[in-house]
Design a protein around this ligand. Structure first.
Ligand SMILES: Nc1nc2c(ncn2[C@@H]2O[C@H](COP(=O)(O)OP(=O)(O)OP(=O)(O)O)[C@@H](O)[C@H]2O)c(=O)[nH]1
Ligand SMILES: [Mg+2]
Length: 184
């Protein structure tokens, strides 16, 4: 059984989890981060919404195998106030720059939309901090073959060795592969 640990906007919250091996979910707002966590957990443990900007805090969970899973607020959503966006960006940047924990950032990309300029910007930022990323292509239930092919190609152009997972949280496709690969 996965466990919900805490939701916080405290910029030092990560300090108590420094010894954990972390799996961090990040991506554009509304891409399906919280939904994927619920599918992996097989319970509604993370808050989701059809309105972008749902996750505003750093959310910590523990998987079945006691791996720390972190759900971050999404980026690229202009409709929350500039002040709030800046506050969120500052907390996330502080965390990425200072936490020395073993971490994999799973960058989620909507299969129908593909990589946008802001995704590339965030990925380059993570690379500049020497943080390893894997790519999760979401909402594959809504995409056609050519969209799937195109987004996979874009990911491989970024890095030919990158780990790519194709998922649908709604249809539970690709979920077991992720659980197995990350030993969740
Ligand atoms: N068709 C389809 N819709 C999905 C899938 N995963 C998520 N959604 C929908 O996408 C919307 C956003 O999902 P969330 O999981 O809240 O997205 P998020 O990335 O956590 O968004 P923020 O917290 O705002 O950053 C919801 O309406 C979900 O039902 C999927 O696999 N397929
Ligand atoms: Mg969310």
């Amino acid at each position: 059984m996965w466990k919900y640990l805490k939701s916080t906007s405290n910029e030092n919250s990560w300090k108590e989890f420094e010894n954990e091996n972390q799996m961090i979910f990040w991506g554009r707002s509304n891409v399906g981060k919280s939904s994927l966590i619920n599918s992996l957990a097989k319970q509604k443990i993370a808050k989701t919404s059809s309105t972008p900007g749902r996750t505003k805090l750093i959310n910590y969970f523990l998987s079945d195998s006691n791996k720390l899973v972190i759900d971050l607020p999404g980026y690229g959503y202009a409709a929350i106030s500039k002040k709030e966006q800046e506050k969120i960006a500052r907390i996330i940047d502080f965390f990425f720059r200072n936490s020395k924990a073993q971490k994999t950032v799973c960058v989620l990309i909507d299969c129908k939309v593909g990589f946008m300029a802001i995704d590339i910007e965030m990925i380059n930022y993570l690379y500049s901090l020497n943080i390893k990323i894997d790519v999760f292509i979401t909402k594959i239930d809504k995409a056609n073959q050519s969209q799937k092919y195109k987004v996979k190609k874009q990911a491989l152009e970024l890095n030919p060795e990158i780990n790519i997972f194709m998922v649908s949280s709604i249809k539970a496709q690709g979920i077991e592969d992720i659980i197995e690969f990350y030993s969740l």
